[in-house]
Design a protein around this ligand. Structure first.
Ligand SMILES: [Zn+2]
Length: 216
């Protein structure tokens, strides 16, 4: 029963969220029905992964609040916590993403169709979740104006870092994010301002972890 209440609660939040962001006719309504219909049939492994992932994203945010409160100065922490606890990756429960992700990561084969469907699901995901840097890459319509990388709002930078860091939390190796970032930074497209903010935060995290672990 408790689980059902939790589910209804999050569905209500989802409907609110998607009402705003999903203009495709019947998009979110279809998604809700889908969740009700499929919930018990689909992969427990993927459901568990989603739950676990969100928990690890929240752990990162909690750590930042507890250890580097200055980073959250001027941020509406209640909204950010809601964003991370309730809305983070919520679109992964929609029709467009759930099954393709499940099939790709937990299915038995990566057939041409599974891979193709996953690509559409990933595209759907990055276009609806501002914590992904790809969301802020503007491919201009006019010929010759190319691609511009827009500054990310600060709250989404924090959510993005917590998202990256969640994999370190899962492994229990909190430093892993730094080598991961070094490996991917040339590929990740961020505006100069956003990159500076990201790297400042990562530096502060490393310093604080060093202080906690090595007393330096
Ligand atoms: Zn995401």
């Amino acid at each position: 029963m408790e689980r059902l209440i939790g589910l209804t609660h999050s569905l209500r939040l989802e409907s609110f969220k998607w009402d705003i962001s999903e203009n495709r006719s019947g998009g979110w309504r279809q998604s809700l029905l889908y969740i009700f219909e499929r919930r018990n049939k689909m992969s427990n492994a993927y459901d568990e992964y989603l739950r676990d992932h969100k928990e690890n994203v929240a752990k990162g945010l909690y750590w930042l609040g507890a250890n580097l409160p200055d980073i959250l100065n001027g941020v509406d922490v209640v909204s950010l916590r809601d964003q991370v606890n309730q809305y983070h990756d919520l679109s992964k429960s929609t029709v467009a993403e759930y099954e393709p992700y499940d099939a790709y990561f937990y299915g038995k084969n990566k057939s041409y169709d599974v891979v193709k469907n996953f690509k559409y699901a990933w595209l759907h995901h990055i276009h609806r979740n501002p914590h992904h840097w790809q969301y802020w890459v503007l491919i201009n319509d006019e010929p010759g104006r190319g691609t511009e990388v827009l500054d990310m709002p600060y709250e989404y930078i924090i959510e993005m870092i917590c998202d990256w860091w969640s994999f370190s939390w899962k492994k229990g190796e909190l430093y892993e994010i730094f080598s991961w970032y070094d490996q991917y930074k040339a590929y990740i497209q961020l505006s100069d301002k956003t990159r500076k903010t990201v790297e400042d935060i990562l530096d502060k995290m490393r310093e604080k972890l060093d202080g906690i672990n090595y007393g330096v």
